[in-house]
Design a protein around this ligand. Sequence first.
Ligand code: C2E
Ligand code: CA
Ligand code: CA
Ligand code: CA
Length: 280
Amino acid sequence: AKTAGKNCVIWYDRTLRRRQSERIETVAKLRLALDADEFAVHYQPIVDLGTFRTVAVEALVRWLPPGEAPIGPDRFIPASEESGLIIALGEWVLRRACSEAAAWHREHGVTLTVNVSPRQLTDDTFTAKVRRILADSGLPATALALEITEGILIGAGTGSAQALAHLEALRADGVRIAIDDFGTGYSSLGYLRDLPVDILKIDRSLMPAGEDDHRQIALVRTVVDLARSLSLTTVAEGVETAFHATLLQELGCDRGQGYHFARPMPATNLTAGQFGQVPI
Ligand code: C2E
Ligand code: CA
Ligand code: CA
Ligand code: CA
């Protein structure tokens, strides 16, 4: 047993080292990719469940290495976050998305929502960067929402105090704050009341499988009611079926986002007819 254990340790050590060096390689590649302008922002419509019109779009980053298949964020955001590259990448995404969305906001009243990693909120200059990007792009602060996960704001560490200071400063400018993936992780209801939050995005794992999934339906109802009692705008993620859309509408959820309405798409596809009413 002792030898097996030892082998195990050696194996683990090798695997770990291999993974670490893969990570370092990935980060080096990502850095080059950012310099070479290989990233793109795709946009997914967020639909008002009263009018079935697109009222907002979420910016979702893609890596398009030339001559290769597109690479999704789940494959490079974690390494970017660990290495700190997310600070530069996140700024790039925000700048690109704000400048593309400015015209959509002017012409269609559509607002923009952008994901922000915890690491970005540890950057002293985050508030100043966002303000500069808004000023440069001409997108009003009130047309931007920042999506964060709840973990960022929980706990009393200096990190969360700094994050809170950034969010409060930007919120005073009119930028809205959304809690992403609500219902996963350490969802605690009490803190929602005390934090600078405007929008609650209900995670797609909470979507019921069908009409008989009474437990999940009750769960979504509870979350929607809670959010409404706190005057938060509710957005359901993972709206994949007509059943989801009508259920959410009945429950009083404000907005929906998901494959049933539209997939994330490049800016050019979006402007070609995505701002009208979507089919239910
Ligand atoms: P997220 O913020 O929860 O974004 C929604 C994800 O769900 C997107 O995956 C989207 O394509 C997918 N999705 C949308 N509708 C449906 C649906 O009906 N069914 C299913 N099964 N999935 C749906 P994507 O684009 O691969 O992004 C994955 C995650 O990567 C995002 O999750 C977000 O956490 C992160 N991410 C994406 N772009 C950025 C970024 O610019 N900055 C940061 N920090 N994170 C980003
Ligand atoms: Ca998001
Ligand atoms: Ca989400
Ligand atoms: Ca997510």
